[in-house]
Every structure is written in structure tokens, then in C-alpha cells.
Design a protein. Structure first.
Ligand code: APR
Ligand code: ZN
Length: 238
């Protein structure tokens, strides 16, 4: 258990494991997406340049899963903590909107949002309309300038939005309690975040929620092994 009050700054870094119980596949580990798909064929700028239709079909397939998924008890727990008036910020690597659908408001998407598309020319962003999913061989066009659009997510080899990154670092540097949940902690720069936070504030408490140990397990205050959809609600006894 931890003692916290309204002035405690709580930050949560969530990864694909957080949404696993909602039926959304993780990327690595057992049945991970990267076991069956080659990321260089689907989640890189060159893959999109080579065959945008295949990339769009894959994202439509993933979006369909997400649209049919529900937030799980882990998402709902964080939303309840926020609704109790605690200062909690979620920095998620996930492109789904389950944190928001659970009721969390303070959510930052580090790797973008699958429900948004972005024009490759003018940068205009727009959210998906459901009918997009049915047009299998179509590539969404920009409402603004008519150019081709891409999923508004961060691909391998691309940088994160610098303003978003700076905002996350600022938050980490003022964090009293950091939760790292459902992430393999192998993708940078997010994998660096717990180390940065601890360098800035050696007395920070870091709790890791995962099924297995990860490269950050040896610096955390405590690792709570198990399924996060069970362990997190218990941890907050919500
Ligand atoms: N409860 C807790 N942890 C879980 C659960 C669960 N129910 N299910 C899986 N996990 C853990 C796994 O043990 C693993 O450590 O979640 C982690 C999932 O790791 P990844 O699939 O690598 O997901 P993530 O860390 O979010 O990947 C980071 O990599 O491919 C890119 O852009 C993609 O955002 C993604 C980034
Ligand atoms: Zn445009």
C-alpha cells in the first residue's frame, strides 16, 4: 500500500499489456503482434510509401478490435483515482482510447492515436468515421487538401512529437509516485522514463505491474507480478 494525498503527483506509464484483458493483442510476448506480422512491413514510413493499402488494412483490422473492446478494471481503476480528485497523469504508449472511455481525462498518447488520421501534405488531422472501416481498398483522403492520409501514430524510425515528449519529461520530473504497467520497457524513449524520473528524484516510488520482469525491474521500489487488470484494482483497493 502507498500513502498519498491530494498533493501527491501520481504518473502512470501504460503499455499494451494494460489493454490485453480488453482483447487487444500486445506487440511482444506470447501471441504478440510482432510474432505474426513484420513491423517493417506495416509500421514504418517506408512500408506506407511502398503499399499504403496494406498498411491501412492492418490499421483498420486493429481499429475494429479496439472499437469492439471495452475498458477493463485496470483502466477503470485509474479513472476512479482521478475522479477521487487525485493528481494522476497517464502517459500511454497505447494508441487505443480505452483510458478515455474508462473516464480518465489526463491522458497523453506518446505513440499517437489509431482513431485519428493525418494528412501527409498539410498535416490536417481528423478522427475516423466508422464507414472508413468498410472501404477495404481505399486510402482516406484529406478533407482539407485532398492528399493521402496516414494513421496518426508514431512508426518505427519516427520521432515522438517534441512538445508531447517535453510535457512528459516535465511531468516525470515532478512525480512522487510512478506506476509502470503492462510495458516490456524496451522501446525508447519511453523505456528511459523511469530512469530519468529516478535520476531527477531519487526518493521517487516506482511500482511496476507486469506478468514478467523487464529491464526496469531492478530499479523499481516494488514489482507487482500478475495481470494488471487484477493487481491494480487490488493495489488501490478499489
Ligand atoms: N498484465 C500486466 N502485464 C501484461 C499483461 C497483463 N494482463 N499482458 C501482457 N503484459 C505485459 C507483457 O509481459 C509485456 O511486458 O505487457 C507487456 C507488453 O509489451 P509489448 O507488447 O512490447 O507492448 P509495449 O511495451 O506497450 O510496446 C511498446 O512498441 O511496437 C511498439 O509502438 C508499439 O507502443 C508500442 C511499443
Ligand atoms: Zn491535407
Amino acid at each position: 500500500m502507498i500513502d498519498y494525498n491530494k498533493s501527491t503527483k501520481i504518473t502512470v506509464i501504460s503499455g499494451a499489456g494494460f489493454s490485453k484483458a480488453s482483447g487487444i493483442p500486445t506487440f511482444r510476448g506470447k501471441n504478440g503482434l510482432w510474432k505474426n506480422y513484420d513491423p517493417s512491413e506495416l509500421a514504418t514510413p517506408s512500408a506506407f510509401a511502398r503499399d499504403p493499402i496494406v498498411v491501412w488494412q492492418w490499421y483498420k483490422w486493429r481499429l475494429n478490435i479496439i472499437l469492439n473492446a471495452d475498458p477493463n478494471p485496470a483502466h477503470l481503476t485509474l479513472a476512479k483515482v482521478e475522479q477521487q480528485g487525485l493528481d494522476i497523469a497517464i502517459l500511454t504508449q497505447n494508441v487505443d482510447d480505452l483510458h478515455e472511455r474508462a473516464g480518465s481525462q489526463n491522458v497523453t498518447h506518446l505513440h499517437g492515436e489509431i482513431r485519428q488520421a493525418r494528412c501527409v501534405s498539410c498535416g490536417e488531422k481528423f478522427s475516423w468515421t466508422l464507414d472508413l472501416l468498410n472501404i477495404i481498398n481505399d486510402i482516406p483522403k484529406c478533407n482539407n487538401c485532398g492528399s493521402v492520409c496516414r494513421p496518426d501514430v508514431v512508426w518505427f524510425g519516427e520521432c515522438l512529437d517534441s512538445n508531447i515528449l517535453q510535457g512528459c519529461i516535465d511531468r516525470l520530473f515532478m512525480t512522487d509516485i510512478l506506476f509502470v504497467a503492462g510495458t516490456s520497457a524496451v522501446v525508447y524513449p519511453v523505456a528511459e522514463f523511469p530512469f530519468l524520473a529516478q535520476l531527477q528524484n531519487p526518493s521517487i516510488k516506482i511500482f511496476e505491474f507486469n506478468l514478467d520482469y523487464t529491464p526496469i525491474s531492478n530499479i523499481v521500489t516494488e514489482i507487482i507480478l500478475g495481470s494488471v487488470e487484477k493487481t491494480l484494482p487490488k493495489f488501490f483497493s478499489i
